[in-house]
Ligand binder design. Structure first.
Ligand code: SAM
Ligand code: SF4
Length: 315
């Protein structure tokens, strides 16, 4: 699928639930009242997406691992013709039990969100999360043989921006890529000083280490990546705020309650729940996907960020 600006859309982020067992400081908004897509409906949507040239699916949420059928959803998604890889974004808290069944179901990669390596601070940032369980979950993912594991930290000014070196150290010791995500202001994010431009973090790392730029991912992933020569660690920056990457955006999003969202931030969405539940054929669903593709904005509009509900759109 090619959007009206010529961008090839090959990547679909599917939010399978708006529920979560954490309440991260920047991500606590009410759940949708409309209910969730069923496992069969998710399967159908992915099949139509696969027929339109989507090759990569990321399961997200809310917290995808709190959805009871997550292993079944992963298995069915991985079997869809055209889908080359199924990956997940998770807070990692339930991976000790789920990593192996998810791997067996076909999960190829997992990004674990981890905003602090200090147990007390982690507990505060997540409203009760247990850092040890998350680290154990990452270890379980490794033991299970999940191929690509990364850690993502949303950097919030005054809360965890002093941990950049600690994350670089973690990346060096574990061989797991650590990525720093610029905080995007949401309705609750009245404190706009929370966004720390990635260049500030980069400079901080460069004071201690030699950084060599790495090539971007072949699949068009947005992270700008560097190797730390002294330790071999790989770190990345996702700078949607200070340096948007909209011109190479290749993605659409499905919300847990049956909408296709054209952009994380702005650009509008297409509701397909009614079509799905009133017996629409695949061609009708496909045309809704194309419509959402054409709603993708050239560049998102920052002034609308206050409307962002991260749990509904899956990050
Ligand atoms: N629960 C899962 C997790 O935390 O990884 C998946 C959903 S979560 C909404 C997806 C990603 O969005 C997480 O990495 C989270 O840190 C990030 N996120 C949430 N709110 C954000 C914000 N305001 N700015 C930047 N990233 C945000
Ligand atoms: Fe839950 Fe992920 Fe939001 Fe944190 S960022 S509250 S783990 S959905």
């Amino acid at each position: 699928m090619i959007d009206r600006l010529g961008r090839k859309v090959t990547y679909l982020r599917v939010s399978v639930t708006d529920r979560c067992n954490f309440r991260c400081t920047y991500c606590t908004l009410p759940a949708s009242p409309r209910g969730l897509l069923t496992v069969e409906e998710l399967d159908r949507i992915v099949r139509v997406a696969g027929s339109l040239g989507i090759v990569k699916i990321r399961l997200t949420g809310g917290e995808p691992t709190v959805r009871r059928e997550i292993v079944e959803i992963t298995r069915r998604t991985a079997r869809v013709p055209g889908i080359r890889e199924v990956v997940m974004t998770s807070n990692g808290s339930r991976l000790r039990d789920l990593a192996r069944p998810l791997k067996e179901a076909g999960l190829k990669g997992i990004n674990v969100s981890l905003d602090s390596l200090d147990p007390e601070r982690f507990r505060t940032l997540t409203h009760g999360g247990d850092l040890a369980a998350v680290l154990d979950g990452i270890e379980a993912a490794r033991e299970a043989g999940i191929e690509r594991i990364k850690v993502n930290a949303v950097v919030v000014g005054g809360m965890n921006d002093d941990e950049v070196l600690a994350f670089a150290d973690f990346a060096g010791k574990t061989g797991i890529e650590a990525r720093f995500i610029e905080y995007m202001p949401t309705r609750r994010g009245e404190a706009r000083g929370w966004t720390v431009p990635y260049t500030v973090l980069l400079d901080r790392l460069a004071e201690s280490f030699t950084l060599s730029p790495l090539q971007a991912y072949a699949d068009g992933g947005p992270a700008e990546r560097f190797r730390i020569e002294e330790t071999g660690a790989v770190v990345g920056f996702i700078h949607a705020m200070s340096n948007p990457f909209c011109e190479r955006c290749n993605r659409l999003r499905v919300t847990p309650d049956g909408r296709i969202r054209s952009c994380l931030l702005t650009g509008g969405e297409v509701d397909f729940m009614a079509a799905l539940r009133s017996g629409a054929g695949d061609e009708e669903i496909a045309s809704l996907f194309r419509k959402a593709g054409d709603l993708k904005p050239a560049v998102y509009e920052l002034h609308r960020l206050d409307e962002l509900d991260m749990r509904a759109v899956g990050g």
